[in-house]
Every structure is written in C-alpha cells, then in structure tokens.
Design a binder for this molecule. Structure first.
Ligand SMILES: C[S@@+](CC[C@H](N)C(=O)[O-])C[C@H]1O[C@@H](n2cnc3c(N)ncnc32)[C@H](O)[C@@H]1O
Length: 249
C-alpha cells in the first residue's frame, strides 16, 4: 500500500452502543465470508454502479456510505471518482475489516467507521453526499428516522442523499418476495441459504415493509428534505429495488 492511500478503521460507538444489536449483512454473522460471493452472483454490483451514476459525485467531494458492510458501494464510488473522499459507516467490525483488506489490496484510500446509521461521522453541513445500499432495511424504525435527520444535518445545502434498497411505490411485501428464479442451481449450500433468507427478508421483514410504497420518500420528506423522490427502479430476483434521492435545501 502506498503511503498516500491510507485505510483506517475508527470506532465511534458510545459505551451504550457496544451492546446494541444490529442485523448483519447476510442475516447471520457466520455467513459474512460468503457475503461478497453471494452479492456478486446476485448482481448487486450493477445496483451499486447505477446508484453511483445517479448520485453524480464530482472530483474531491466528500461521501459517507451508510451501512457500507464489506465496502462494495464505497469501491464503486472510488472507481467512478477516484479523488472522492469516502467514509464507510457500519456497526459490523468484521465487515469493516474485510472492507479495509479490500481497500489495501486495491490501493485506494478509505476511512471506515464502526457505528450506527443514526450518527453519521461528519460535522454539520460537511458532506456533499450520503449514499446507502441495501442497508436501510436493516435499520429499525427509530434508527431510520434518526438516520434521515442526521443525513440532513451532515449534508451541506445542495448536498444529496442517494439510497438504493428494496421497496418503492409499486412494491408490496408479496410482490417483493416473489422469486423470479424458482430453480437455483448453486452447488453451495450457503449461497442457497442466503438466497432463501433474502427472499424471505424482503417479503416478510416488517422493517423492509416500511420501504414499500413511498416509505423511503416519506422518511426523507418528514426529515426535512424538500425534493425526495424515486429516481429509478429495477426488478431484482429478490424483489423490487428502488433508487431514492433527495437534496438538502
Ligand atoms: C445487506 S448489507 C449491505 C452492505 C453494503 N451496503 C452492500 O451494498 O453490499 C446491510 C448492512 O447494514 C449494516 N447495518 C445493520 N444495522 C445498521 C445500522 N443500524 N446502522 C448502519 N448500518 C447497519 C449491516 O451491518 C450490513 O453491513
């Protein structure tokens, strides 16, 4: 790793946060080693690239990736805009360690912060972008509300939040949970388990249900974003995926 490409992990958890539960990326902690292979097969990279394209990040801009997990959305940001200053936020230390290893291998600078979506690691009005991929449905009601308010606080006027997650205007729990591939042929039991888990989570988890309809748009509007709207959507094998964007007035 070159000296000019620092990768670091910071811990911003409060003493109370240390016992705070969270839903890990793959649903269970032991599945983390399979997360990247699973999401690659599931076509998540295309979602990341689309979100980054929609975000429109410019050279040198500051970006926080909320619920960054193993860092794949952050890496998509850096691939599109190498001079962006990117911080990934996630409560999962093991996922952050994986993100750090990947950043070092790729020789890209990345700050990783262990913490929760309701406390974005930035001063007031300091950020150009908040981005988040497939993470909001992991966050409970209070956490979602606090996340939206804190995103507004941390973004500069004109700064933008771009969220990609399951849900959106035309989705219902039933539609979102309906698999388009009924006959998977993966040899790996873990990958099959993850596929079932994801379909089930999208279909039945009450937190995902809050993304259905105008859930994410309403969340951002209620927090004070003026122009929250769905800017794109796609039909993924796990359910409808929505891309929502809003600007800090
Ligand atoms: C499905 S993964 C998505 C990871 C990554 N953004 C991606 O697109 O591959 C969801 C992530 O949300 C994180 N998460 C869970 N609860 C959270 C919270 N309260 N605040 C921030 N992140 C959280 C999990 O640890 C996990 O890494």
């Amino acid at each position: 790793m070159a000296a000019s490409t620092p990768v670091r992990i910071l811990d911003q958890r409060t003493p109370e946060d240390r016992d705070r539960p969270f839903l890990p990326g793959a649903g269970k902690r032991w599945l983390l080693p399979f997360y990247d292979a699973f999401t690659r097969v599931a076509g998540v990279r295309a979602l990341h690239e689309r979100a980054v394209g929609l975000a429109g990040i410019e050279p040198g801009q500051t970006v926080v990736d909320v619920g960054c997990g193993t860092g794949n959305l952050s890496f998509a940001v850096l691939a599109a805009q190498p001079s962006a200053r990117v911080t990934g936020l996630d409560p999962d230390r093991d996922a952050l360690r994986r993100a750090a290893r990947k950043a070092r291998r790729r020789n890209v600078p990345l700050t990783l912060v262990q913490g929760y979506a309701d406390r974005i690691p930035a001063e007031d009005a300091a950020l150009d972008h908040v981005v988040s991929s497939l993470a909001l449905h992991h966050v409970d009601d209070d956490g979602r509300t606090a996340f939206a308010r804190d995103a507004l606080r941390a973004l500069r006027p004109g700064g933008r939040v771009t969220i990609v997650d399951f849900g959106g205007p035309a989705s219902t729990a039933e539609q979102a949970g309906h698999p388009t591939h009924r006959h998977g042929h993966s040899a790996l039991q873990a990958l099959r388990h993850l596929t079932r888990l994801m379909r089930s989570r999208v279909a039945h988890n009450p937190v995902v249900a809050r993304n259905h309809g105008n859930g994410i748009v309403t969340l951002l509007t209620d927090a004070g974003f003026g122009d929250a709207r769905e800017v794109a959507h796609t039909d993924h094998r796990f359910g409808r995926v929505t891309f929502v964007q809003a600007t800090r007035p």
